[in-house]
Design a protein around this ligand. Structure first.
Ligand code: C5P
Length: 209
C-alpha cells in the first residue's frame, strides 16, 4: 500500500489505521528524512554521505519514534536535505526493505511520504493521494505543536507548510505529485473516522471483487 500527501494532511493517521485494520507493517518515510535532517542540525561538520549511510545502515525503527523528530525546525531541515539525490538513494534502500520484506507477522506493508506512489512502491496494490487545504493543515499541525508545548504561532506554521509544499512539489528528485493511478482523498472536511471509513470502503470493495 502506498500513500503520498503534503505535510499535515492526515496521511499518517490514516496509514496507521489502515496498518492496524489490515495487519500491515507501517513506515512513515518522512521520519527517515527528519532523522537525517536532525543529524544535520546537531553536527553539520560531521554531516557527509558516508556518515548518513552509516546512520541509515544502523537505523532502528524505535529511533523514528523519538519525539524530538516532531519539531518544525527538524521538518524544515528534513525538506532541505530531501532535495539531495544521493541522500534520497540512501533512504531508498531502507524503504524498499520495509516495503517488500516486512517482518513475517505482517500481511504486507503501508508506506507514506512524498514519492511512494511515484517511485518507491510503484506497483502497490492500493495507491492513495491524501490532501487537505493548507489552512486546515496548518490548524491541525498548530494544535499538535500546542499539545507538545512547542512555541510557534499559527501564522508561522502556515508559512512553513506553504514553503515546504512548494519545495517538496518543485524539487527535481522525488517531487510530490499525484500519480494518475492514485485515488484522491481530500480530508479538509472529514473527521479521522469518516476519512478512514471512506478509505476502508475503497479497499474492501477491491479486495472483495
Ligand atoms: O512527512 P513529513 O512532513 O514528516 O516529512 C518531512 C519532509 O521529508 C518533507 O517535507 C519532505 O521534504 C521529506 N520527505 C520526502 N520524501 C518522503 C517523505 C518525506 O522527501 N517520502
Amino acid at each position: 500500500m502506498a500513500i503520498d500527501s503534503p505535510a499535515a494532511a492526515g496521511a499518517g493517521t490514516q496509514a496507521k489505521l489502515i496498518a492496524k485494520n489490515y495487519n500491515l507493517f507501517y513506515l512513515d518515510t518522512g521520519k527517515i528524512y527528519r532523522y537525517i535532517g536532525k543529524l544535520k542540525l546537531e553536527d553539520s561538520k560531521k554531516f557527509n554521505y558516508k556518515f548518513i549511510k552509516r546512520k541509515i545502515n544502523d537505523l532502528k525503527m524505535i529511533y523514528l519514534k523519538n519525539k524530538s523528530l516532531l519539531s518544525n525546525e527538524v521538518a524544515v531541515s528534513a525538506s532541505i536535505i530531501a532535495k539531495d539525490r544521493k541522500i534520497r538513494n540512501i533512504v531508498h534502500k531502507f524503504q524498499q526493505n520495509c516495503a517488500y520484506n516486512p517482518p513475517k507477522k505482517f500481511r504486507g506493508s503501508v508506506l507514506d511520504g512524498r514519492d511512494i506512489t511515484s517511485i518507491q512502491v510503484k506497483d502497490a496494490m492500493f495507491k492513495f493521494y491524501i490532501t487537505a487545504n493548507v489552512e486546515e493543515r496548518a490548524r491541525r499541525r498548530f494544535s499538535e505543536y500546542k499539545d507538545l508545548n512547542k512555541k510557534i504561532s499559527y501564522a508561522e506554521v502556515l508559512k512553513s507548510l506553504k514553503k515546504r509544499d512548494k519545495s517538496d512539489k518543485e524539487r527535481k528528485f522525488g517531487p510530490l505529485k499525484k500519480t494518475k493511478d492514485s485515488i484522491l482523498i481530500n480530508t479538509t472536511k472529514l473527521s479521522k473516522k469518516a476519512c478512514f471509513k471512506k478509505i476502508k470502503a475503497i479497499i474492501d470493495k477491491k479486495l472483495n471483487s
